[in-house]
Ligand binder design. Structure first.
Ligand code: NAD
Ligand code: MG
Length: 394
């Protein structure tokens, strides 16, 4: 295999950095081609210094002077520097890149994901929000343009691996079982008084702030149910969730004959990232081998949908179809941001998402532009609800 040129969108985040760790271990296989980030320039320049990519972009246009000055100060010449949200779209469709790692957080990843699909890219997809919003249109675009979507989300990587040997006919009745760690508040009934600092401390995985809060509310699992439904073409009633706090089984598939296939490993995103990078081969990821005797026991329980209603709300949105999952996602992003800014409490996240779904009449978007419009309207409705409740006008 010749050296593959890798582009990472959202390179400075948790998934981005884990990807860089895998690339670093395989200079004979991979070279970093382009990186983008949100607004922070110094971590982008640190990566540029270590890996010397051809292109570096920052989404926040105001950060361009700092990017240029910083590159000059570090003697980084010959690197194409740019800024703006469009930069990640250009990187996603760049003909020179062999693989595009989509590690942006939130619906900000929607346009780059579609760009990569339209360009027929090999797309290593961590950005679940773009699947949740893109839905059928995204899957159709990828298929038409012969783009290969390789899931990076650990559950979906597991399902992908478990389904690899299944025929199309077998897949028609297979059931997906997504495992959930349960988050930091598993077992609690009273979720009052939870601060952002408490919510972002995950017991098993080290992740970005937004997904950590989603993990704590179980919305992350709800988004993953929707993601699995689109990626694998399986309806909501054939996707189950089981809480498995040790996070050793990353998900399972059950078949008609009673057989259950599972993928196991230590909880470290480098495993699914390495698999997506090397598929259909396997390479060393740097993750320690699994020692089951030391772990001793694996435990399971049903999710508590009373205390964590967002998982149920996500199932309902998926079953309702149309634009519901887009509204769900946009409202959740706004509510989580408000929670992280200490504007609303932890339990208000679910109330806010429910209110936004009620406030937005259901439509069926047929284009990417219409998806953007639904997302924008959902966010505006969410902000209005948050302002109203903050002013005590409920
Ligand atoms: P993070 O917050 O650590 O990183 C997000 C990255 O996106 C940062 O590099 C940030 O600068 C960048 N970014 C934000 N807006 C941008 C924009 N408009 N253009 C370009 N870059 C932008 O988040 P994360 O934990 O790495 O998660 C990234 C995605 O992967 C999310 O969709 C998340 O749900 C998914 N995911 C993460 C994990 C995990 O273990 N962290 C696991 C599975 C899936
Ligand atoms: Mg996951």
């Amino acid at each position: 295999m010749s050296v593959q040129k890798i582009t990472i969108l959202g390179a400075t985040g948790s998934i981005g950095r884990s990807t860089l760790d895998v690339l670093k271990a395989h200079p004979d296989k991979f070279a970093l081609h382009a990186i983008s980030g949100g607004s922070r320039v110094e971590p982008l320049l640190d990566i540029a210094e270590a890996f010397r990519p051809a292109r570096v972009a920052v989404a926040d246009e105001r950060a361009l002077p700092a990017l240029i000055a910083g590159a000059k100060a570090r003697g980084l010449t010959g690197i194409e520097l740019s800024a703006g949200a469009e930069a990640s779209v250009k990187f996603a469709e760049d003909a020179e890149a062999d693989q595009v790692v989509q590690a942006i957080v939130g619906a900000a990843g929607l346009a780059p994901t579609f760009a990569a699909a339209r360009a027929g890219k090999r797309l290593l997809l961590a950005n679940k929000e773009s699947v949740v919003c893109g839905g059928a249109l995204l899957m159709r675009t990828a298929e038409e343009k012969d783009a290969k979507i390789l899931p990076v989300d650990s559950e979906h990587s597991a399902v992908f691996q478990c389904l690899e040997s299944a025929t199309a006919k077998t897949r028609e009745t297979a059931r997906i079982v997504l495992t959930a760690s349960g988050g930091p508040f598993r077992g609690r009934k009273d979720l009052s008084g939870i601060t952002p600092e408490m919510a972002v401390k995950h017991p098993k995985w080290s992740m970005g702030r937004k997904i950590s809060v989603d993990s704590a509310t179980l919305m992350n699992k709800g988004l993953e149910v929707i993601e699995a439904s689109w990626l694998f073409g399986v309806p909501a009633d054939r996707i189950d969730v089981v809480v498995h706090p040790e996070s050793i089984i990353h998900s399972m598939v059950t078949f008609d004959d009673g057989a259950v296939l599972a993928e196991l490993g230590n909880p470290d995103m480098k495993t699914p990232i390495a698999y997506a990078l090397s598929w259909p081969e396997r390479i060393v990821s740097g993750v320690a081998p699994l020692d089951l005797a030391r772990i001793g026991r694996l435990t399971f329980e049903a999710p508590d949908l009373e205390t964590f209603p967002l998982l149920r709300i996500a199932y309902e949105a998926l079953a309702a179809g149309g634009d519901r999952t887009i509204v769900l996602n946009g409202a959740n992003e706004e509510a989580v941001a408000a929670f992280l800014d200490h504007e609303i409490g932890f339990t208000a996240i679910a109330d806010t998402v429910r209110a936004a779904l009620d406030a937005c009449a259901q439509t069926t978007p047929a284009s990417l532009e219409e998806i953007f419009a639904v997302d924008a309207a959902a966010r505006a409705a969410t902000r209005r609800y948050i302002e109203r409740t903050r002013c005590g006008g409920r």
